[in-house]
Design a protein around this ligand. Structure first.
Ligand code: UGA
Length: 439
């Protein structure tokens, strides 16, 4: 099948390379010429495990190509995936201008019947509005809403072995066409969920809002655990083993971030309020998350007391989560900015996100380090903000020698408090009793 993927960002690249891996002829299109040239050369400008490998495989098999020529890609393809960004505006509204423009271009350039597959995250009701625009084309353009459920850091696995594929459309032929595309990735057909387009659009928001709500809920539980001397890690296991609850997205921390949860919760909240629907849960989810970095910083400030101002802290992690260089809405970045605002100086290390972080941080107050041990040399405490695997098992003896004081604030609960106390560290984490070697 000949496919065009419009927007060679993170979702577009994974989709394009994934579909090319099963023998489809895929052209990924983007307006950014520099990016397209890099990709055509097999170089992927974002950090996503195994993506470069899959792109190179597609190029070598001549199933994957890159272009800036949108019209040509539309004309030569039967199926067109739209994977452009839908950023949030200041009031939480979604900016659909790029999606609108691309859909108009598809309607204008179509030279025969086409199927438009919307993978960009768009609010419920968008399918209907775009469907009306597509009517202006001289040719039939069927519309399919096909939300993506990829997680950064494991996007290739999520695409090649999805939990489920949601296909929302009112056009039976288009539904069958897209089902055929996804069948090689799904062993059990019941994982293909066919529905109307509004329900498919809503499924995407409901999924992200539910996952974000679970995280904020656990962050609230963690705060209560701290006050009553309970251990949230035990509580998490205790509830996660209930099959009705399940284990996913129950880890407390410094809050959720990234390009999806914050934006999607804002957008669905905006829509709910516009439609005069109750949205107390969504509002509370967002409110709890917004306060999470500050709550953590307050604990650090409390430890240092009045003399905190001039202290130097080491920070491990700037990306919004492990296995990505993405710092969009990163709670780690928010925490670092709050710390510097409160007078702390920072030595920070992240395995992949340093370059992106450098553009946003006050480098007078934040020194970016090339290795994790450089970031802890002579610091008065280490603050862990991203759950990178390489932080799971560091050389604690080396940390003890390098750090001025053996104090760790862990916003990702990477270590066992009891073991940390035995190693001689004052260890403060989220929702678990503080481990103090002197007691
Ligand atoms: C999320 C969803 O998980 C995907 O299903 C969805 O396709 C994607 O958004 C999207 O809409 O495109 P992603 O943002 O890549 O994926 O990352 P997650 O792994 O869900 O993590 C989001 C944030 O929540 C991160 O900051 C992470 O550290 C935090 N988190 C996650 C927790 O604080 N606790 C958890 O238990 C899980």
């Amino acid at each position: 099948m000949k496919i065009a993927v419009i927007g060679a960002g993170y979702v577009g690249l994974v989709t394009g390379a994934g579909l090319a891996s099963t023998g489809n002829k895929v052209t990924c299109v983007d307006i950014d010429e520099e990016k397209i040239n890099l990709l055509a050369d097999g170089q992927v400008p974002i950090h996503e495990p195994r993506l470069e490998q899959l792109v190179r495989y597609g190029l070598a098999k001549q199933n994957l190509s890159f272009s800036t020529d949108l019209g040509r890609a539309i004309r030569s393809s039967k199926i067109i995936f739209v994977t452009v960004g839908t950023p949030a505006q200041v009031d939480g509204r979604q900016d659909l201008s790029t999606v609108d423009t691309v859909c108009e271009q598809i309607a204008g350039a179509a030279n025969g019947p086409k199927t438009l597959v919307m993978k960009s995250t768009v609010l419920p009701g968008t399918a209907r509005k775009i469907g009306e625009k597509l009517q202006t084309s001289r040719h039939k353009i069927a519309y399919v809403s096909n939300p993506e459920f990829l997680k950064e850091g494991s996007a290739i696995d999520d695409f090649l072995k999805p939990d489920r594929v949601v296909i929302g459309s009112e056009d039976q032929d288009a539904i069958e066409e897209i089902e055929t595309l996804y069948k090689p990735f799904l062993r059990r057909e019941e994982n293909i969920l066919v529905m109307d387009s509004a329900s498919a659009e809503m499924t995407k928001y409901a999924a992200n809002a539910m996952l974000a709500t679970r995280i904020s809920f656990m962050n609230e539980m963690a705060a209560i655990c701290e006050k009553v001397g309970a251990d949230v890690e035990k509580v998490r296991r205790g509830i996660g083993t209930d099959r009705r609850i399940g284990n996913g997205h129950l880890f407390p921390g410094v809050g959720y971030g990234g390009s999806c949860f914050p934006k999607d919760v804002s957008a669905i909240l905006y829509l709910a309020e516009l439609l005069d629907c109750p949205a107390g849960v969504l509002r509370a989810t967002q409110h709890t998350n917004d306060g999470q970095p500050n709550r953590f910083v307050e604990r650090i400030k409390k430890h240092f007391g009045d003399k905190g101002g001039g202290s130097v802290l080491g920070v491990w992690g700037l990306a919004f989560k492990r296995d990505t260089d993405d710092i969009r809405e990163s709670p780690a970045m928010k925490t670092v900015k709050l710390l510097t605002k409160n007078g702390f100086s920072i030595k920070a290390y992240d395995p992949e996100a340093t370059e992106n972080a450098e553009r946003e941080l006050d480098t007078m107050r934040v020194m970016l380090c090339r290795d994790p041990y450089g970031a802890v040399t002579d610091v008065e405490a280490l603050v862990i903000l991203t759950d990178w695997p390489e932080f799971s098992n560091p050389d604690f003896n080396r940390l003890s020698t390098l750090m001025q004081k053996r104090v760790i604030f862990d916003g990702r609960n990477l270590y066992e408090p009891k073991t940390m106390a035995q190693r001689g560290f004052l260890y403060c984490c989220i929702g678990r009793p503080t481990a103090d070697p002197s007691t």
